[in-house]
Design a protein around this ligand. Structure first.
Ligand code: ATP
Ligand code: MG
Length: 400
């Protein structure tokens, strides 16, 4: 039993002492059984939310209408969710109603895959109603119950299935696979934000190759934003290398690179995926940096423009193309730049005005940029006098 469960055991005990059932459930049980590290500990209980709030002094209502109460215990916090069934799925998305129930079995039945439907009791007993242990042993991903019905209830489960293939290297069980293929078009009903989360997890999986192959074979990709014409590109991406992708930005850059998108296509592509502006900007910068860095070393100017973080992100991508990289050297080179932003420049617009006695205007920004470049490229030192002379000369040259 891992440390995370040890520290949470008193929570289960307290619920049981109050006369209810409580179990560890969800992905953490699966990961414990696989010997993987766990991130979030989910607890399911027969107690209703109000009853949980009576048992624990410090709670937060994070999703009480879904039956989830956050229990604070020292520095730890636990999501405790009442056993529930989900009924009346319309429009292939999340359920309209959740109904709280007292039966663990009902709760486990609504879960997506057999390996996600274990419950682990305080005494170490594993509740395994759908032979998930056998599937775990055989590395098989199988929908709980009738896959066709389950994907109709919530089409996102198909994307979850594909990302588990990528994360775990499991095979889709034949009927589960057939059913995803059959229902792929239902993904259109799912919000892009939810698909995005699963897609990124798929791209970051240890078994990305297998995950992407299934993504293409089941034709789910056709119903994801902007990918309709990229079946081959996605397969090319899957064959890029076996190296796992560790960061979301890397995933986007590599995907865009392998799909053969042009720089100007990045923004609309990522907007369609509902990526944040910050992620889009970083992806654009790293993509541009990468195209350059694939064939030559960073210039001072490019390092300066990218900034340290983006330069490192770029350098880290080289091994995916079979190229050597040296992140430490890039860091050193960056730190050796004479300035790191316009702020560091030894003159300001103010100094410029005082020195050349012209009216303020657009020319100031232009001249400052010229000075900035000259300093970055070490054409002149970052000293006020030198810069003002350089600026005056540049203005004169422009005017004649
Ligand atoms: P991760 O390790 O990425 O957190 P997870 O399996 O724990 O994976 P969560 O989204 O944290 O995924 O969900 C916790 C559990 O809730 C799942 O293991 C599964 O039992 C259930 N679950 C989550 N989403 C769905 C869904 N769309 N349909 C059915 N059950 C779901
Ligand atoms: Mg989880």
């Amino acid at each position: 039993i891992p440390q995370e469960y040890q520290t949470a055991l008193p929570i289960l005990k307290k619920i049981e002492d109050a006369g209810f059932e409580a179990y560890f459930v969800g992905g953490s049980v699966r990961d414990v059984l696989l010997g993987h590290p766990i991130h979030d500990v989910d607890i399911a209980t027969s107690a209703f939310p109000v009853e949980i709030k009576e048992i624990f002094p410090r709670t937060i209502d994070v999703g009480i209408e879904h039956g989830t109460v956050l229990v604070l215990d020292g520095d730890e916090q636990y999501e405790i969710t009442t056993f529930r069934t989900e009924s009346a799925y319309q429009d292939f998305r999340r359920p309209d109603h959740v109904e709280f129930v007292r039966s663990l079995e009902e709760d486990l039945k609504r879960r997506d895959f057999t390996i996600n439907a274990f419950a682990l009791k305080e005494d170490g007993e594993i509740v395994d109603l759908f032979d998930g242990l056998v599937d775990l042993e055989n590395k098989v991903l199988r929908a709980v119950g009738n896959p066709h019905e389950r994907f109709h209830e919530d089409a996102l489960r198909m994307m979850r299935g594909l990302r588990f293939v990528s994360q775990l290297g499991f095979q889709l069980e034949a009927e589960t696979f057939a059913s995803i293929y059959e229902n792929h078009a239902l993904l259109e009903k799912i919000s892009v934000e939810r698909i995005n989360i699963e897609f990124i997890k798929l791209l970051l999986g240890r078994y990305r190759q297998a995950g992407l192959e299934m993504f293409v074979e089941t034709e789910c990709y056709i119903y994801c934003p902007q990918l309709r014409r990229f079946g081959e590109g996605l397969l090319r991406f899957s064959e890029l290398t076996d190296r796992q992708i560790e960061k979301e930005i890397h995933a986007w850059v590599l995907l865009i690179d392998q799909l053969g998108l042009a720089e100007t296509e990045i923004r609309p592509f990522m907007k369609a995926w509902k990526c944040s502006n910050e992620i889009i900007r970083t992806t654009q910068a790293v993509f541009t940096g990468l195209q350059f860095r694939k064939t030559q070393m960073f210039t001072k100017q490019l390092l300066y423009t990218l900034g340290e973080e983006q330069a490192i992100l770029t350098e880290e991508l080289l091994p995916y193309f079979g190229l050597d990289n040296d992140v430490v050297a890039v860091q050193e080179q960056y730190h050796q730049l004479p300035i790191h932003s316009l702020h560091d420049l030894a003159i300001s617009g103010h100094d410029l005005l005082a020195h050349v006695k012209r009216k303020p205007g657009k020319w100031m920004k232009e001249i400052l940029t010229l000075c900035e470049q000259a300093v970055v490229e070490q054409v002149i030192p970052n000293e006020k006098k030198e810069l003002l002379n350089y600026a005056a000369a540049a203005i004169e040259k422009k005017e004649c």
